[in-house]
Design a protein around this ligand. Structure first.
Ligand code: 5RP
Length: 261
């Protein structure tokens, strides 16, 4: 299977497939949004069809909900689930402490609510998402449309006192119109280049009226599964268990323990 895919798709697929192996019947599972999460939903759909896996899933976007239903996964609301055994989602960046930037797909509000309501958050990502310091990827802020330009001015003012390397703010567009989230809001992308104090920044941004949520996920993620273009995956945990597990992908798309690890 990997032979037909580009290295980046292989990396996303093996990370997603390894995460899917952690899902057991009876679990309530949060499903992330994005291209890596889409591989996960595909893998879980195959497990539902071929292995009789029985899960109830809470999607983090209308896109993921649609895909999950189309592959036969039972979809419920977060209020029906109340609490989730795990959430598996992609990320735009992760650092050594497993703090994240998310929201490249504009779904970080639901993603943060769902991840926070989960026993564990597992991130699936290709190795390019690993960074020393967060911030090269623009930080998304979901803002309500009412008074958006005034809110933007307040954000720019707040950034002048923050430990960041860049301060440009742009409105995310979808063609000629502002991008609209599932909650009917807009996204401002903050081009910060490097974030010095993510905690202080997150608190300051969320205090501004009109800001609904920022894309920093701090102390939420428990494990990152990193996929590589050659089919290897690596588990990174908060206990510093980098590279503790190495898997490889055979030609049929099956993951197995790599004896060379
Ligand atoms: C969506 C997200 C995604 O998880 C993030 O953008 C990563 O996406 P991809 O797997 O396509 O690289 O946060 O809001």
């Amino acid at each position: 299977m990997s032979g037909e895919m580009s290295p980046i798709d292989t990396a996303k697929f093996v990370a997603a497939k390894r995460a899917a192996m952690m899902v057991e019947s009876g679990m309530r599972v949060g499903l992330g949004t994005g291209s890596t999460a889409a591989w996960l939903v595909k893998c879980l759909g195959e497990m539902v069809a071929d292995q009789g896996l029985k899960i109830r899933a809470v999607p983090t976007s209308s896109r993921t909900a649609e895909q999950a239903r189309s592959v036969g996964i039972e979809v419920i609301t977060l209020d029906e689930a109340k609490w989730l055994d795990m959430t598996i989602d992609g990320a735009d960046e992760f650092d050594g402490d497993l703090n994240l930037i998310k929201g490249g797909g504009g779904a970080h509000l639901q993603e943060k609510i769902v991840a926070t309501a989960s026993e564990r958050m597992i991130v699936i990502a290709d190795a390019s998402k690993s960074v020393q310091a967060l911030g090269a990827y623009p930080l998304p802020l979901e803002v309500i449309p009412f008074g958006r330009d005034v809110t933007r001015g307040l954000i720019e003012e707040a950034l002048t006192g923050m430990d960041v390397m860049g301060r440009d703010v742009s409105l995310r567009m979808a063609g000629d119109a502002p991008f609209v989230t599932d909650e009917g809001n807009h996204i401002l992308d903050l081009h910060l280049k490097r974030i010095g104090d993510a905690r202080q920044l997150s608190l300051a941004l969320n205090q501004i009226p009109g800001v609904v949520e920022n894309g920093l996920f701090l102390d939420i993620c428990d494990t990152v599964i990193v996929g590589y273009g050659d089919g290897r995956v690596e588990m990174r945990g908060l206990d510093g268990a980098d590279g503790a597990e190495r898997m490889a992908l055979d030609d049929a798309g099956n993951l197995f323990l790599d004896p060379e690890s």
